[in-house]
Design a protein around this ligand. Structure first.
Ligand SMILES: NC(=O)c1ccc[n+]([C@@H]2O[C@H](COP(=O)([O-])OP(=O)(O)OC[C@H]3O[C@@H](n4cnc5c(N)ncnc54)[C@H](OP(=O)(O)O)[C@@H]3O)[C@@H](O)[C@H]2O)c1
Length: 259
């Protein structure tokens, strides 16, 4: 029974795999049996993540530098990873960031940069790995969305981020529609606020009780951890989700149930 969750024989690329959630997912996929590569811009972060994964579970992961907001860089990532692995079966898009400004003051260059990485960067990875997966007749794509693709925040600041994640959700569904006939599934994971480098400054700026208050506001009464995304990711990358496509799983402690 557990075999349907096995990733033995599969090769995975996790873009944003040196980030809080991406690294947890990369380690989880490796522990489930996949050969894994992580990719992002900073070599230092990639090398740190490779070492931490090795220390945590004894498994080697590869790394590649990529700027997912630059199409030629994404194309080079596909060429290199396919050359090294032979084929890539799994793509996880865990890149992304949030810059908060009140809507009436939102600098449009920041707004556009968020779309460049959170939406267009994901599209370019799905497009170019998609071409390769179509040739192979198999593929699993998982995009890191957010509860903010579905519900807005009461406070200000999230017009850009919510916009990108809403766009990402619809793009995920459309890609699922187009790639289904090639045996490629495309799904998303929508976490709530999770303690990662992306959120540290935002949480610190909210005062000493921010984490406790957040935990209290959720039905599960604790804050999300990066590892909360690992089970959903293994499910969506394995044969256990063979007929699941165009879906979004929310590891959100129940936020979207009450939101
Ligand atoms: N943490 C949360 O509360 C939370 C909640 C809901 C959804 N999410 C989503 O989950 C995903 C991961 O978030 P996280 O919290 O793990 O963030 P994180 O720790 O800041 O990691 C983000 C990763 O994305 C990479 N990245 C950023 N821009 C890139 C680019 N242009 N090309 C390639 N890689 C790029 C970063 O590496 P480099 O800077 O070195 O390139 C980093 O490895 C994001 O899509 C985020 O929106 C996070």
């Amino acid at each position: 029974m557990q075999k349907i969750f096995s990733l033995e024989g599969k090769n995975a690329v996790v873009v944003g795999g040196a980030g809080g959630i991406g690294q947890a997912i990369a380690q989880g996929l490796a522990e489930a049996g996949a050969k894994v590569a992580i990719a992002s811009r900073s070599v230092d972060s990639l090398q740190r993540a490779v070492l931490e994964i090795k220390e945590a579970c004894g498994l080697e992961v590869k790394y590649y530098t990529v700027d997912a907001a630059v199409e030629s860089s994404v194309e080079a990532l596909v060429v290199e990873s396919v050359k090294d692995f032979g084929k890539v079966d799994i793509l996880v898009n865990a890149q992304g960031f949030n810059k908060k400004f009140n809507a009436e003051d939102f600098p449009m260059d920041s707004f556009k940069q968020m779309f460049d990485v959170n939406v267009i960067g994901v599209m370019m990875c799905c497009k170019h790995f998609g071409k390769h997966m179509i040739q192979n007749g198999y593929g699993k794509m998982v995009n890191l969305s957010s509860v903010r693709g579905r519900i807005a925040t009461k406070g200000p600041g999230n017009a850009g981020y919510c916009g990108t994640k809403g766009a990402l959700d619809m793009m995920t569904r459309q890609l699922a529609s187009e790639f289904g006939k090639y045996n490629i599934t495309v799904n998303a994971i929508g976490p709530t606020i999770t303690e990662t480098p992306m959120m540290t400054d935002i949480l610190n700026s909210r005062g000493p009780n921010a984490r406790k208050d957040l935990a209290e506001s959720l039905p599960m009464k604790r804050m999300a951890l990066p590892t909360d995304c690992v089970g959903p990711a293994i499910f969506l990358c394995s044969d256990a989700s063979g007929f699941v496509t165009g879906n979004i799983i929310y590891p959100d402690g129940g936020l979207t149930a009450i939101g």
